[in-house]
Design a protein around this ligand. Structure first.
Ligand SMILES: Cc1ncc(C[n+]2csc(CCOP(=O)(O)OP(=O)(O)O)c2C)c(N)n1
Ligand SMILES: [Mg+2]
Length: 666
């Protein structure tokens, strides 16, 4: 019998039939019973951490039941009901929480931090907010595919304070993306009460500021949640647009079990316990004679037995054994490089034209490839690389974005989840900082975590020598080469830029593609006119010699060439790395073994750059072959100054020649 004998929640069953009403009940009961079991296991020390959604089940279940199974849902840490309502076998869920092989992340990530294409669920990363922008990407894919699908994404009220929330809602609104933003306002974000989190009356009020319809629902009323979301979803399927829903609810347990609830006033706890979404609904169903004690017992027994069976099978599954090569192999999605050979026909192109041409040919080759960036459509981008693209490919595929680097990188991730490739143009590489989190945490780690590729290229106009000051001149490749999961490409010539960009777009992994601005209009080369590719991980040996190995990339290649042109007596191997990740270690090591001397030239400031790692690598692998210490030449340890004489002093270029000569006389 229900513990709450008279419902404290006003239910209106409308036209819902008994079967649906019971299904809503069953689907709420299941996560509740799983949680109750988990709390016991936690006390027994059998699981390590638990984020409870007790008291919030009506939201997860109502939203999930309102959507079609083919429609993506992006849940958070309190949405167990999303996973169970999508009928994920409990064995798999328990294995996930225990870090077993039958889970979803092979022991690589915990709790609800996983996605699964089998159930159209995309789980969170710890940073909360990025979920929202990823939902934009999935919704954009649905819009482009015209399949009428809706996407639902969750956030707590705490998560709405993150910039990602603002960016995601703004993009969704500007692009009319069919996404339902579900904010579960449960009173607290860890220990922080709502009045310290935001200063408007309702989170839903924010909808107006973004030009989005918004609604406030009683998140503990399953019928209201289900019927309203269902109605909204139907409407969005017909007329794509974003909608913001604030569900009023309460977090009845600690942020996670170990952190307690001391800071929560008891009267609030009591008030919300009386509004328990399951107990009240049970009482309502009893009062309408839809649920009987017998059916209730059958449900409870059925679920409990499913839990016990799945728990024992999960416990019986052997623990994962650590295997280094398995781990390393899963960081990147395997990619079978397909060689498209360059034609005999060539045309002299500037670096910038080569990139533009490559991008255009890739847009033709991949007819759903989307490019996104600020001012890239009619305006053609600040460097005019996408000039004429809107006319050729249309506004759907050539997308001007608001100024929101995070949301756009997240959108690109969402497109990839939906099988669509994209290229994101950073207006300047410096601005990637505003989208740094999704690059290094979402794109980079996705394949390793749950085998979901991030098929995204981020174009990075970078570099100094253009009198542009500290925020339009950086070459920030080292921020990314140190992050497993990303590929980093840095061409120095138009030919390479064209072929490597084509490969970057074909490669299903996230690629940071650096384009040196000073080379854009200063470097010319005969470039094959056709679509062709160049494999990653193959350095180019531009000159061969005996006395020294010069290793560099990007603008450094041209500085080294100038120096060698001036000093024809120096017999050097000149290696242009072309790609930094993957790195062509063999070419470097073999050359240094031959010459016995190595100098590494990098445009970035010295400490923590590529040169340092290459130097360490050479010390380890070539020590016996070296006739002199490996020399690093880099820019000054200052931000990049604006005015010419300061910038010249800053850049490594001015120090290279003397350092090279010194090394040769060591
Ligand atoms: C970027 C970031 N900052 C801080 C945290 C730590 N953290 C995890 S959950 C959480 C509270 C989230 O509150 P809310 O969004 O209201 O969700 P709730 O836990 O209440 O469901 C905090 C502070 C984090 N995971 N990521
Ligand atoms: Mg909260």
């Amino acid at each position: 019998m229900p513990t709450i004998t008279k419902s404290n929640i006003a239910y209106d069953k409308r036209s819902l039939n008994d079967q649906t009403l019971l299904k809503l009940y069953y689907n709420m009961l299941k996560p509740r019973l799983i949680e109750e079991k988990m709390l016991i296991l936690l006390r027994q020390g059998k699981i390590s951490k638990w984020f409870s959604g007790i008291g919030q089940e009506a939201i997860s279940v109502g939203v999930t039941m309102a959507l079609e199974p083919s429609e993506y849902i992006l849940p958070m840490h309190r949405n167990l009901g999303v996973f169970t309502t999508r009928d994920i076998p409990l064995h798999r869920l328990f294995c996930q929480w225990q870090g077993k092989a039958s889970g979803f992340t092979k022991g690589r990530d915990r709790s609800f931090h996983f996605g699964t294409q089998d159930y159209n669920i995309v789980g969170m990363i710890s940073h909360l907010g990025p979920q929202l922008g990823v939902a934009d990407g999935i919704a954009l894919a649905n819009l482009l595919k015209k399949n009428g699908n809706v996407t639902a994404v969750f956030s707590g009220e705490g998560g709405t304070s993150e910039g990602d929330f603002h960016e995601a809602l703004n993009v969704a609104s500007v692009w009319s993306l069919p996404v339902i933003f579900c904010v579960e306002n449960n009173g607290y974000g860890l220990s922080t009460p709502t009045n310290e989190q935001y200063n408007c009356k309702h989170i839903a009020d924010r909808g107006k500021g973004y030009g989005i319809e918004s609604f406030i629902l009683d998140g503990n009323n399953i019928i209201e949640t289900y019927t309203k979301v269902q109605k909204l979803a139907e409407s969005i399927r017909k007329r794509p647009r974003p909608i913001l829903i604030e569900f009023k609810t309460f977090r009845r347990r600690g942020h996670e079990e170990a952190s307690g609830t001391k800071y929560v006033p008891q009267d609030l706890m009591d008030e919300w316990e009386a509004k328990d979404p399951i107990e009240n609904y049970r009482s309502f169903l009893f009062s309408k004679k839809i649920l009987t004690a017998q059916i209730d017992e059958t449900y409870i027994n059925e679920i409990k037995s499913e839990i016990e069976t799945a728990l024992s099978s999960a416990y019986a599954e052997p623990a994962i054994t650590a295997n280094e090569s398995v781990e390393l192999n899963d960081v990147y999605k395997s990619f079978e490089y397909k060689d498209f050979t360059p034609s005999q026909n060539t045309k002299e192109l500037r670096f910038i034209d080569a990139i533009s041409e490559s991008l255009k040919q890739s847009m033709q080759k991949h007819n759903d490839l989307v490019i996104m960036g600020q001012d890239i459509a009619e305006y053609g981008g600040v460097f005019k690389i996408t000039d004429g693209f809107v006319e050729a490919f249309g506004k759907e595929r050539v997308r001007n974005t608001p100024i929101c680097e995070s949301a756009i990188v997240e959108t690109a991730m969402g497109l990839s989840i939906s099988g669509i490739k994209s290229v994101v143009e950073m207006q300047f590489a410096d601005f990637v900082t505003s989208g740094f989190n999704p690059v290094v945490n979402y794109l980079a780690k996705s394949h390793y975590r749950w085998q979901q590729e991030a098929d995204v290229v981020v174009r990075m106009p970078c570099g100094g020598g253009v009198a542009a000051g500290p925020f339009h001149s950086q070459t920030n490749e080292a921020w990314f080469t140190k992050t497993p999961g990303l590929k980093v490409v840095y061409p120095a010539f138009p030919y390479d830029a064209k072929g490597l960009l084509a490969t970057a777009i074909n490669d299903p992994n996230p690629v940071l593609f650096f384009e040196h601005k000073a080379l854009y209009r200063s470097t010319r080369q005969d470039v094959p006119t056709n679509y062709f590719t160049i494999p990653f991980g193959q350095a180019a040996v531009l000159q061969e010699g005996e006395a020294v190995t010069i290793i560099t990339y990007g603008a450094g290649v041209h500085w080294a060439l100038e120096t060698l042109d001036k000093n024809t007596n120096i017999s050097a191997d000149l290696i242009d790395l072309r790609t930094l990740q993957p790195l062509d270690k063999d070419t470097i090591v073999n050359s240094v073994k031959k010459t016995g001397r190595a100098i590494i030239l990098q445009e970035d400031s010295l400490f923590g750059g590529i040169a340092s790692d290459l130097s360490a690598m050479l010390m380890e692998d070539c020590f016996e072959y070296l006739d002199a210490p490996v020399k690093r030449v880099a820019s000054l340890e200052t931000p990049i100054p604006f005015i010419g004489q300061l910038e010249d002093q800053y850049l490594a270029k001015g120090r290279f020649e003397s350092a090279l000569k010194q090394l040769l006389t060591y």
